[in-house]
Ligand binder design. Structure first.
Ligand SMILES: Cc1cc2nc3c(=O)[nH]c(=O)nc-3n(C[C@H](O)[C@H](O)[C@H](O)COP(=O)(O)OP(=O)(O)OC[C@H]3O[C@@H](n4cnc5c(N)ncnc54)[C@H](O)[C@@H]3O)c2cc1C
Length: 384
């Protein structure tokens, strides 16, 4: 068992910190912190992320990706601003899913631009009436000659409104048991017409969370991902990587709140001494630090299992649910340490809290994660 970063991992982390400071923070600072970033700004940021290898970390280098261990990816990933972490994850899983389900010709068409960061990707699976239960999907594609016609509505698409490449999960038929079969099709806004709009949300506001409506949307049938890959299975595999990554975003947000709380407790005086000297303030600080540490350890472990090729369904679910729950509480405690200042925009903690509040939803809610872990423990699925 080894808890310290290797020299190489330390270099990866240091380089990521420098990238954020030098190449990303100035772009973000030029735009309002509570509005989705314009496409031109995203176009400056994505090639920077590509240079760090995180536009396609989960696909081996000899197959067209940048081939990183999930743990190394995480060390870069957790340095990013929270909304950008969610954005690059939406892009990177789209790359991995297209890679897994595409023919060699399709890979050559869609993936190089996504690897270089010139094109941004997103996956549209959730629908207004199908979130936790993907079996409820209703978006359908039918094929007429060389054209696929897509009809349906997708919601909560990370990167949706700025994506050049959208992998849209559709029903394309039924299996022998009468269940819907799923296939993904790549829809490029440059070539196909559909409506897309931004959804205003509590946090992660410089990012993009979009709704798309497809009404007889015509797409070349050559864009149906048809290598025989199983779209439903691929969703599960990629979710098992995403969950600990989302947990790490929560841990990083809590860490920023912790640093602010420690500083404030050292300078704010009440009852004749710095509040850091009051026992209950120390308890709050100790609780916050414990939340960050336990979250990181669980998330790193879930990712390490994945790197070793081991099953990590329960570990990934546990890591995300634990991290997003305790880190949200931790940020709230950091706000409490600040008293009235904690709830001001000026202190910046409320934004950390709003961003963290978003994280319990994507890649499975707390309840669904609990059921996934319960199924792994008991061997019994409690979903239906
Ligand atoms: C920041 C963010 C990014 C996202 N990115 C994407 C994306 O890129 N692509 C995409 O397709 N989707 C994305 N989503 C959507 C996300 O995956 C869904 O919101 C999520 O799966 C929950 O679905 P829902 O919102 O429809 O809630 P529902 O499934 O309707 O759930 C409502 C409530 O019921 C609970 N519930 C449901 N079933 C059960 C059960 N069996 N037992 C107990 N409780 C239950 C849920 O936990 C929840 O509390 C994103 C969401 C967010 C917030």
């Amino acid at each position: 068992m080894e808890f310290a970063l290797t020299e190489e991992q330390q270099l990866i982390q240091d380089s990521a910190k420098r990238m954020v400071e030098k190449d990303i923070a100035p772009v973000l600072a030029a735009h309002p912190s509570d509005k989705s970033l314009p496409r031109e700004a995203m176009a400056k940021i994505y090639p920077v992320l590509a240079a760090q290898g995180i536009t396609a970390p989960r696909v081996p280098a000899d197959e067209g990706g940048s081939g990183m261990k999930m743990l190394d990816y995480a060390l870069v990933y957790e340095q990013l601003p929270a909304w950008l972490s969610i954005s690059i994850m939406g892009h990177d899983v789209t790359f991995a899913r297209i890679h897994a389900e595409a023919t060699p010709e399709q890979r050559a068409r869609f993936l190089p631009g996504m690897l270089s960061g010139d094109k941004i990707g997103g996956t549209a699976t959730s629908e207004p009436n199908a979130g936790s239960d993907p079996r409820g999907l209703t978006t359908r594609m039918t094929v007429e000659g060389d054209t696929a016609i897509v009809n349906g509505r997708k919601i909560w698409i990370t990167n949706g409104s700025v994506a050049d490449v959208l992998a849209v999960t559709c029903i394309d038929g039924v299996d022998e048991k009468g269940r819907n079969t799923l296939k993904r099709i790549v829809i490029e806004p440059e070539h196909s017409k559909f409506e897309i709009r931004e959804i205003e949300t509590t946090g992660l506001r410089q990012g993009h969370l979009s709704e798309a409506v497809f009404e007889d949307c015509e797409v070349p049938a050559a864009n149906i991902l048809s290598s025989g890959g199983d779209a439903a299975r691929m969703l599960t595999i990629t979710w098992n990587g995403n969950r600990p990554l989302v947990g790490l975003v929560a841990a990083r947000l809590a860490e920023r709140a912790f640093e602010a709380a420690v500083d404030y407790a050292g300078i704010r005086e009440q009852f004749g001494k710095p509040i850091a000297g009051h026992q209950l303030i120390q308890k709050n600080l100790a609780d916050i630090q414990t939340a960050i540490m336990t979250s990181r350890l669980l998330c790193y472990r879930a990712l390490d299992l994945m790197d070793q090729g081991a099953r990590n369904n329960a570990d990934a679910a546990m890591a995300k649910r634990h991290a997003t729950t305790v880190c949200l509480e931790a940020i709230s405690k950091a706000m409490a340490v600040h008293g009235g200042m904690g709830i001001t925009e000026e202190a910046g903690l409320e934004q950390l809290w709003r961003d963290a509040r978003m994280l319990s939803v994507p890649d499975a809610t707390d309840e669904i994660l609990t059921l996934i872990q319960g199924r792994e423990i008991t061997g019994i699925a409690a979903f239906r």
